[in-house]
Design a protein around this ligand. Structure first.
Ligand code: SAM
Ligand code: DTB
Ligand code: SF4
Length: 351
């Protein structure tokens, strides 16, 4: 048994794991993964931005911050009907969890009635619900819990030491306070961060420690690769070595053995081989669908063929058993693809 549930990891211990010979690290991570999860399955979530842009926070990676000119079109809070319609579509393509994000520093108390209604409506469709709305007060958290919210996504993003290089309008403590409120009210926590913002290996170790000392560990740990968006201060951040990214995924797998590690933003720019290494390292959840919140995601047809190639289950059973149906789905996705579109990693995108 390699898995050990511990909440007292030190940065030094985590760094030692991060720096293990790569093949040893992968072997240990995959062993821990198999002790705790089915070997060949990924969980599929779908994302929807329910309120887009004009966010007062200054997160240097974020296309939605009002501090930067990214050309993103702002959108008011979507209507109840639109959100439910999108949730139905997500269910149709095989998502089991519907994650809704709002570009808010925090929701206003007057927004909570609407959010509660949305949670109830999405749950009625048989989907798990996840929200990411910024910081919450204890009372707001209680209301979301009462409505039956399954998960709340609230990322620490990076190490406490590197944090002020990335965000100045709130501090680490603010994030931890919301996480404590979620724990008090028994909402499952989806908490992770972003790699590739110019942070060091020591920051990776320190960031992972912050996650691993949360007791109990976050149920879901999203590891995002920075999506470099034009107009944000991080648009020209140097690329993180893919092997170092995989090292973080594997280390997260080892030190939080019962948590689902989610390979989140950034998959669009990852090769099939890199994503495969991430699955080997213990990632077992992805966002599915052509869009994340505001940026492109790896397209469905590419994901379908990658998962199929790897023999990983995640999509509805018929996509695996019925070649003809798979063909029809591919055709639908590619419908309308014409000459002024470019193919990127097997996905057709408008130039
Ligand atoms: N406003 C809320 C908040 O910050 O908690 C919720 C939405 S916010 C967009 C959710 C998460 O998306 C952030 O915590 C961040 O980790 C991730 N994110 C935002 N922009 C990103 C980017 N360009 N690349 C990778 N991840 C990003
Ligand atoms: C998370 O950690 N990654 C997702 C989800 N939580 C909400 C969001 C990624 C957003 C990437 C940038 C965008 O599309 O706006
Ligand atoms: Fe706002 Fe969230 Fe983007 Fe930060 S990450 S600017 S809080 S939407």
């Amino acid at each position: 048994m390699v898995s050990e549930l511990r909440y007292d990891w030190t940065v030094g211990e985590i760094r030692e794991i991060l720096e293990m010979p790569f093949l040893d690290l992968m072997y240990r991570a995959q062993t821990v993964h198999r002790e705790n999860f089915p070997a060949n399955e990924v969980q599929i979530s779908s994302l929807l931005s329910i309120k887009t842009g004009a966010c007062p926070e200054d997160c240097k990676y974020c296309p939605q911050s009002a501090h930067y000119s990214t050309g993103l079109e702002k959108e008011r809070l979507l209507s109840y009907e639109t959100i439910i319609e999108k949730a139905k579509q997500a269910r149709k393509i095989g998502a089991t969890r519907f994650c809704m994000g709002a570009a808010w520093r925090n929701p206003k108390d007057r927004d909570i009635d609407f959010i509660v209604r949305v949670i109830r409506g999405v749950k009625e469709l048989g989907l798990e619900t996840c929200m990411t709305l910024g910081m919450l007060t204890d009372e707001q958290t209680a209301r979301l819990a009462e409505a039956g919210l399954d998960y709340y996504n609230h990322n620490l993003d990076t190490s406490p030491e590197f944090y002020e290089n990335i965000i100045t309008t709130r501090n680490y403590e603010d994030r931890l306070n919301t996480i404590s409120a979620l724990r008090r009210h028994n909402i499952k926590i989806c908490c992770g961060g972003i790699l590739g913002m110019g942070e060091s290996r020591e920051d990776h170790a320190s960031f992972l420690r912050q996650l691993a000392i949360i007791n109990p560990h976050p149920e879901s740990v999203p590891i995002n690769m920075l999506v470099k968006v034009k107009g944000t201060p991080l648009e020209n951040a140097p690329d993180l070595d893919p092997i170092d990214f995989i090292r973080v995924v594997a280390t997260a797998r080892i030190i939080m053995p019962k948590s689902v590690i989610r390979l989140s933003a950034g998959r669009e720019k990852m090769s099939d081989e890199m994503q495969t290494l991430a699955f080997m390292a213990g990632a077992s959840s992805i966002f599915y669908g052509t869009k994340l919140l505001t940026t492109p995601n790896s397209c469905e047809s590419r994901d379908d063929s990658l998962l199929k190639k790897l023999g990983i289950r995640g999509l509805p059973a018929e996509m695996y058993s019925d070649e003809e149906e798979l063909g029809i789905i591919f055709e639908k996705i590619h419908e309308g693809a014409h000459e002024d579109q470019e193919e990127h990693h097997g996905c057709f995108r408008l130039e």
